[in-house]
Every structure is written in C-alpha cells, then in structure tokens.
Design a protein around this ligand. Structure first.
Ligand code: NDP
Length: 352
C-alpha cells in the first residue's frame, strides 16, 4: 500500500520536462499532492487532464524563469501548503547564439528566484528543497570528453572550472556553465539564509539521462536533448557518419527516485548526489542496440563492434558515496536502452 503522503504538497518546477514528468508520476504513485509549474495553460491542462489524469495534480503558470520574481505568485498563493520544492526547470538545449540570455540567465535567475520566493512567502513552511543540477556542474562535459585526464577522478566534491566568460565559448560549454552557476547560486543562498528559512537543501547531479518517456506524445519526432542522443542513433542510415557521443548514463526512473529520496531521507540533506550508472561511447550504444534490436541491424551503422571502450576516452568518475547514500541499484545500460528504444519503435509502429 502506498504510504499516507496525501497531506504533503510538493511543488515541482518545469513539470512538462522529461525528468519532471517521471518525478511527478512517482510522487502521485506515492500519494503526494503535486503542484507543477508550466509555461502555458495549454500545457498545464494537458498534464492535468491527460497525462496525470486521476492524480492529485494541479498547476500554476510560470512563463519565464529568467524573471527573478517569476515564482512569487506561486508561493504567495500556496506558500502555506507547500512542504517540499523540487526545482527542475532550466533550459537544456544547445540551440542558441546568445548563451548568456538563453542559458545562463534563466538557469541562475530561476534558481535564485525560486529560493527568494520561498523566503518571501514560505520561509517557515517549506521544509525541503531539492535542486536539479547536473554532472555538468561537477565538470564541463567538454573537458570530460575531449580533455581526458586519467590522473583525475571526478567525485561529488568536483566543480566545473569554467568562468562566466569562458563557458560562453560554445553552447555545450554554456549549458554546463549554466548548471554550475545555478547550483552555486543555490548553495550561496542556502549558506547566507540559514537563519531566515527553515528548509534543508539537497542537490541532484545526473549525467546523461536516458530511459522511456513518461508519456508518448503522438507524432513527436524530436525528443528532449538527452533522449535525442538515443533517438538520433536509432534513425541513422547504415552509412551515415557516426556522431561523437560519450559520457555517463543514468535511467530517468532512477533520477526521479533519487529526487524523491532526497527529501525523504535525512542522510541526503546538504549532499550533492551524483547519479551515474556507468560510461558509454557511441560505439557501446551501437553494440547494444544492434544486439538487442535485430530489426535495426543492417539499417543503422554497426561502427567497429567491440571497440570504443569508454574508459579509454573519458576522465574516471567515482560516485560510490552517492550510491551508498541512496542505497538502491541503478538500472543498467542494456535495460535502459531496451526500454527507451522499444518505446520509440512502438510509437512509430502505432503512427504508421
Ligand atoms: P526538458 O527540456 O525536458 O525540461 C526542461 C523543463 O524546464 C521544461 O519543463 C521546460 O518548459 C522548463 N524550462 C526551460 N526553460 C524555461 C524557462 N526559461 N522558463 C520556464 N521554464 C523553462 O529537460 P530535462 O527534463 O532533461 O531536464 C530537467 C532538468 O534536469 C534541467 O534542470 C536539466 O538541466 C537537468 N539535467 C538533465 C539531464 C539530462 O540528461 N536530461 C542531465 C543532468 C541534468 P517547456 O517544456 O515549456 O519548455
């Protein structure tokens, strides 16, 4: 039986997102009341009346988190009820020529803004805040991929070394910088306001998040940035050049679980939880896809099977501290890819 959480209201920013939808789904499964922020009435109604129909889900509109007061009306209205805040909203795309405006400012203002709104309207009611940061705040992924350093190990204590200026050299680096500066803003606020707010802070630092969508939008061909890594491989033609992907992977269902444990378990207060189940390269992904999906074999590239060991390409990572704190096994890459791609192929079959 689900535990009695029906008197606890959790606010989830960016509720339409890939990760956030899984978070909301798991919260509703555990009987929490959920208020999500969305950018339009249309998106909110779709979540409430279709995707989360039957669950205790309501929404508020927050159009643009670049506005430092964007969350004020949410906490002015619901501040007395909200006990837990999960801040997931942040731009995750590389489609910009103005990195400061499109990535850095919304990420940082969104994080500072939601914490300021809590302080203004819910300083003594919100008990726990979980901020979705990223592994990109631990290291610029550009450094991890292209500047492999075997003498280093990236851990929960590591920080991306880019500055506000240096991260603006390209959009991937800019996104990584946006996550670093947003997370730093959360810690700075927390450390400066311990006497004026009640809440305790936890941070989630996931690597590339794969896994099935919570809800398949009929006809949607381009997925969110991390899912698009897998979606793009499945749609390559046999002789297409291989894209250069490499990094750590984690399944979205585990990411959602960690967000919820982060506010349920006291041991997770003031921790940076580095969600990382293992490393991959384009070749390791192709090897698994070709083995698991005979219907794709011969249609997509094979690359050079058995080569492309990620340990040869990437700076080592040690997240044993996080694994011990969370206490559950992460979904492995084979299952993660199997569930992700089965859903993509099934959706395409249904749309034909
Ligand atoms: P999505 O793009 O699916 O979700 C992003 C969410 O943020 C959406 O709800 C989006 O709204 C909202 N959002 C973006 N920009 C703004 C803005 N300016 N104003 C208001 N809302 C905004 O991404 P994910 O679910 O993958 O990412 C969620 C969080 O997890 C982000 O903080 C991301 O940085 C972090 N993360 C993701 C990883 C991954 O591999 N997926 C890895 C590590 C961290 P809308 O739907 O209307 O666009």
């Amino acid at each position: 039986m689900a535990s009695d959480n029906s008197n606890t209201t959790v606010f989830v920013s960016g509720a339409t997102g890939f990760i956030a939808q899984h978070v909301v789904r798991q919260l509703l499964d555990q009987n929490y009341k959920v208020i999500g922020s969305v950018r339009s009435t249309e998106k909110g109604d779709h979540l409430k009346n279709v995707i989360f129909k039957g669950g205790d889900f309501n929404y508020e509109i927050v159009k643009d988190i670049s506005d430092p007061t964007a969350f004020d009306h949410v906490f002015e209205k619901h501040g007395k009820d909200i006990k837990v805040v999960l801040h997931t909203a942040s731009p995750f795309h590389f489609n910009t020529t103005d990195i400061e405006k499109d990535l850095l400012i919304p990420a940082v203002n969104g994080t500072k803004g939601i914490l300021e709104s809590i302080k203004k309207y819910a300083a003594q009611t919100v008990e726990r805040v979980v901020v979705t940061s990223s592994f990109a705040a631990n290291t610029s992924t550009v450094d991890m991929f292209y500047a492999k350093d075997s003498s280093k190990t990236i851990t929960e204590e590591s920080w991306n070394q880019d500055t506000w200026e240096s991260c603006q050299s390209d959009p991937i680096r800019g996104y990584c910088g946006s996550k670093k500066f947003a997370e730093k803003a959360a810690w700075d606020f927390y450390n400066a306001n311990k006497d004026s707010v009640k809440f305790k802070l936890s941070i989630i630092n996931p690597v590339y998040v794969f896994g099935p969508q919570n809800y398949v939008e009929p006809g949607k061909k381009i997925l969110n940035t991390s899912s698009e890594v897998i979606n793009s491989l499945v749609h390559l033609k046999k002789d297409d050049p291989l894209p250069e992907f490499a990094g750590g992977h984690i399944d979205v269902r585990d990411v959602a679980k960690a967000h919820i444990l982060a506010f349920q378990k006291d041991e997770l207060i003031e921790q940076r939880l580095m969600l990382h189940a293992g490393l991959f390269t384009t070749q390791t992904l192709l090897d698994i896809i070709n083995e698991q999906f005979p219907e794709l074999k011969g249609k997509i590239p094979a690359g050079k099977p058995g080569t492309g060991n990620p340990d040869d390409a990437l700076t080592p990572v040690d997240n044993s501290k996080t694994k011990k704190l969370l206490g559950f096994e992460f979904i492995d890459l084979k299952k993660d890819l199997y569930d992700t791609i089965s859903q993509i192929l099934e959706a395409e079959k249904n749309s034909n």
